[in-house]
Design a protein around this ligand. Structure first.
Ligand code: ARG
Ligand code: ZN
Length: 884
């Protein structure tokens, strides 16, 4: 392991590679003790590099057996090796470098490079895992054509896969099997993949618009063969969508997906051989929630879309990560919006962004969408790079319009096909294709932090004018004390008594009547700006940031009456939802103040009325009603607080009191709706049904929260359910609103029923880690010793420990610090075995400035970790930045 203090890598230090690798031949001999990797790199000194620079290859945890140049084996003083590199001086301008190494995938617990998951060999090379396989120029701007030979025992590993096309398959004299794969597309090594195992596959096909027949295969363990249908359908839908919306066609005759149980993240877009976390690809009504089905569809699409936005056009360096990730998240979000409900998808994404990305922007790890420095790149696969990066692409889409955006993406793909490029190249293609100047817009890539958009208004009845005074600012972030104004597209409308008003800015022709003149996008690009609307016949309620047109915090002093109007009547679904959230946030704030003052909670009747009318309105989409009735989460409420103010206990108590009051106040409506939404039909994971279950489960949750007498309904629902979504919702009610006598037996029963389905059991772990009872921390400790838990499996760590630290704020932030100690212990263990997961898990501790009365204890735990010997760069970076 690399030791502290690891160095910082800077974007400003980028220089082009001194050598190119035109072709890469890899030969793997997979064994039970170890694996031998023999590589032949066809090297060429880069014409741009003067002089004779040494060749510096990266390599980690490799046992070097032999080095040869053009068949001449090198003596040991002809090269030098250390922990991280192999350096060879005085190479000819062109040569073939052969390197033989021995690795131990069996012992590789970091799940980077080549490792074993159960009995299967698999790889994860992004970002810098390839250097754990063999010595290489492990950087994305070195693109090479790969040929891969795999030799293995045919009984243990009947399936042997790599990228591209299978060219040979034969049995050797010694009985082993040998296959040869060739990928015609040059690629960086982070897109290399190898899989060997005893897998079965589901096969289907897709015919591209150009007539290419593509064989689609999904490889899983035999017991999971029945769980592939949804992912396969999702793949076919995304392939079609990318043709229709982006004109992007698939480019090989095979597309493989492999499901792996032990995986650090969701999935990986290796060329023609995507590798997925089983949790992101397998679906079954008994092991997958409705949300899970939607997540699988989105992730399958995401990885498929990378074939163009990531693989055909890749990143020059890892600072450009958002070039592929931000763009691809935008693409998958639009895909999900097109195949499902656009507004609901937007609401889900904005909730994540405002809860978690805004928190990242406000914390010690804040960084721009294109970071300028990192210690460990794995720490920068962040919500900022992914989700905010997608928002930046979305804003370009908004500013250019759909048609010019498509011209821009066509130009980008055509201009840079086969290249490793930068965010700047993407923006320039958008500019060149549209003629829109994005000069100032580029600040979204370089400035960190969440801008604050302050809006004030005034109405002049005599002049019939309405003025919006808009100002923007952005708080300081590490290394960036001051910020320049951003370009903020502010989509808006004005709501009048009888609906949305026509919009005309001062100076515009009165007859400039367009098809839709009740909606427009104001471009805010200065620190302060004034927008005057004329011909406004009544004082309007502004509908601001429609569709969440920019990743900013909006500050406008909405009255509660205005919020109710927007909630019930605005044209924009997102604004309707957001107004409901804002109203609920205000009311929860009232109750927090009352509880803090020792008063009994009083829930504003306006909120009650608003919820009642939502429940009465049969015309609204079920999923949307459910979203609008869902109170803002505790983490979001904490995120809205100033530093040092968030009080987790008070937030929890106030939110619960409001929910209970709504449950009591709307009891009849909730009961009626709950009954009406029952269904005798067998489970299908399709839009309307998902919405129906979401709303029904929400009704149950309100009812059970209001009165434990309704727990009988939860028990009945649990018994009647034929799917995980309804079962978990019922169990959650029992666990959150009942006593041990209500939940102990059903939790046990769930385990007994589903213990063989590890993905279902992970939900069971999460439920138990996020319960509100006082015994939860001890239960988490007990569960860590349960056979269902395994510290080596990232899904289980996330399901139990990650959920406790991230989704149970009251108990994670226990006053005695026991929650922090628990997390610290697990991070310490994982630091040695799987640093990437250790650093991920640590994130809640980095938010120590936010919480009232907890900062000291959180810092103490961070300091304890900081002082540990053998800290991985991953954990070192988070701990040191949090404490500085
Ligand atoms: N490229 C993958 C995806 O977003 C994720 C890779 C994550 N890698 C990492 N080191 N965290 O589709
Ligand atoms: Zn991605």
């Amino acid at each position: 392991m690399r030791e502290a203090n690891p160095g910082t890598i800077y974007l400003k230090d980028y220089s082009a590679p001194a050598f190119l690798i035109n072709r890469t031949e890899l030969h793997f001999e997979l064994g039970e003790e170890h694996t031998i990797v023999h590589s032949r790199l066809h090297l060429l000194r880069s014409p741009e590099h003067a002089g004779e620079p040494p060749l510096v290859l990266q390599g980690q945890e490799l046992e070097l057996l032999e080095v040869a140049i053009d068949r001449d084996v090198l003596v040991e003083d002809a090269y030098s090796v250390d922990e991280d590199t192999l350096v060879i001086d005085k190479l000819p301008e062109q040569c073939v470098l052969s390197v033989k190494t021995r690795i131990r995938p069996q012992d590789n617990s970091s799940l980077e490079g080549l490792y074993k998951s159960h009995t299967m060999f698999c790889t994860q090379c992004e970002a810098e895992g390839f250097r754990k396989i063999t010595y290489y120029l492990d950087r994305p701007d070195v693109m090479s054509v790969f040929t891969v030979t795999i030799t293995a025992d045919p009984v243990r590993y009947p399936v042997l896969l790599s990228n591209g096309n299978l060219l040979e398959d034969r049995t050797l004299d010694d009985g082993r099997r040998q296959v040869l794969w060739h990928d015609p597309f040059p690629k960086p090594c982070y897109l290399f993949a190898l899989v060997a195992g005893d897998l079965e596959c589901v096969e289907d096909q897709f015919t591209t618009a150009s007539g290419r027949e593509v064989c689609l295969r999904l490889y899983v363990e035999a017991k999971d063969l029945g769980k592939c249908e949804h992912a396969m359908g999702s793949l076919q839908r995304s392939m079609r969508w990318d043709e229709e919306v982006y004109g992007r066609m698939y480019d090989l005759d095979i597309f493989n997906i492999v499901a792996v149980d032990d995986f650090n993240m969701g999935a990986m877009e290796n060329k023609s051989l995507n590798i997925f976390n089983t949790s992101c690809v397998l679906c079954d009504p008994n092991i997958t929630t409705d949300r899970g089905y939607q997540r699988v569809e989105a992730i399958v699409a995401h990885e498929y879309f990378h074939n163009w936005s990531g693989n055909r056009v890749t990143c020059r360096d890892w600072f450009q990560l958002s070039l592929k990730e931000g763009f691809t998240v935008f693409r998958d979000a639009e895909f999900s919006a097109d195949v499902g409900s656009r507004t609901v998808k937007r609401v889900e994404d904005v909730t994540l962004l405002r809860t978690a990305q805004f928190a990242e922007d406000a914390g010690p790890m804040a960084h721009p969408v294109r970071p300028e420095a990192y210690i460990e790149i794995n720490n920068f696969y962040t919500l900022t790079v992914y989700e905010k990066g997608a928002e930046v692409v979305r804003m370009i889409h908004t500013l250019l319009g759909a048609e010019d955006f498509r011209r821009g993406s066509d130009l980008y793909f055509q201009r840079h096909d086969g290249q490793a490029v930068t965010c700047e190249d993407f923006v320039r293609a958008m500019e060149d294709a549209s003629g829109v100047d994005l000069g100032q817009f580029r600040r979204w890539y370089s400035q960190a932090g969440t801008p604050l958009l302050r809006v004030r208004d005034s109405y002049d009845e005599d002049a019939q004018t309405y003025v919006l005074e808009v100002s923007q600012s952005c708080p300081p972030t590490p290394g960036q004390p001051g910020k320049q104004p951003f370009v903020i597209p502010l989509a808006m409308g004005l709501l009048g008594d009888a609906g949305n008003l026509p919009l005309r800015l001062a100076g515009e022709e009165p007859d400039a009547e367009t098809a839709d003149n009740t909606h427009r996008v104001l471009v805010v690009d200065q620190a302060q700006q004034r927008f005057e609307f004329v011909g406004v016949g009544e004082r309007p309620v502004p509908s601001l940031l429609r569709g969440f047109s920019a990743p900013v915090r909006l500050d406008y002093p909405f009255s509660r009456v205005a919020l109710c109007q927007l909630m019930s009547r605005d044209d924009d679904g997102f604004v309707r939802w957001d107004s409901a959230q804002a109203l609920a946030t205000q009311v929860i704030g009232d109750v927090q103040a009352q509880l803090a003052a020792g008063e009994a909670p009083q829930v504003d009747a306006l909120l009650l009325e608003a919820c009642a009318s939502l429940l009465e309105d049969e015309s609204l989409e079920h999923a949307m009603v459910a979203e609008m009735l869902t109170l803002p989460g505790e983490n979001y409420l904490a995120e809205l607080c100033e530093e040092g103010v968030a009080d987790v206990d008070l937030i929890h108590a106030a939110r619960a009191a409001v929910q209970a009051a709504l449950g009591v106040g709307c009891r009849e409506l909730l009961l009626r709706r709950y009954q009406a939404l029952s269904s005798a039909r067998p489970y299908v994971a399709e839009g309307d049904e998902i919405g129906r279950r979401a709303l029904r489960n929400l009704c149950l949750d309100y009812l059970a929260c209001a009165d434990a007498a309704h727990l009988d309904m939860a028990r009945a629902q649990y018994q009647a359910a034929d799917n995980l979504t309804e079962r978990l919702a019922a169990l959650r009610c029992l666990a959150c609103y009942g006593g041990e006598g209500d939940w102990a037996a059903p939790l046990q029963a769930f385990y007994e029923d589903w213990q063989d389905e590890t993905l279902a059991i992970n939900h069971w772990l999460t439920l138990q880690a996020t319960m509100p009872d006082a015994g939860v921390l001890d239960r988490v400790r007990t569960l860590m010793a349960h056979p269902a838990f395994d510290l080596r499996n990232p899904n289980k760590v996330r399901a139990l420990v990650g959920a406790f630290a991230g989704q149970n704020p009251v108990h994670f932030h226990r006053e005695d610090g026991a929650g922090y100690a628990l997390l610290g212990e697990v991070v310490e263990k994982l630091n040695a075995s799987n640093p990437q997961i250790a650093a991920r898990l640590l994130t809640p501790l980095t938010r120590w400035r936010r919480y009232r009365g907890r900062g000291e204890a959180m810092c103490a735990e961070l300091e304890r970790l900081a002082a540990l010997p053998g800290l991985s760069p991953d954990v070192y970076e988070l701990v040191s930045k949090s404490l500085s």
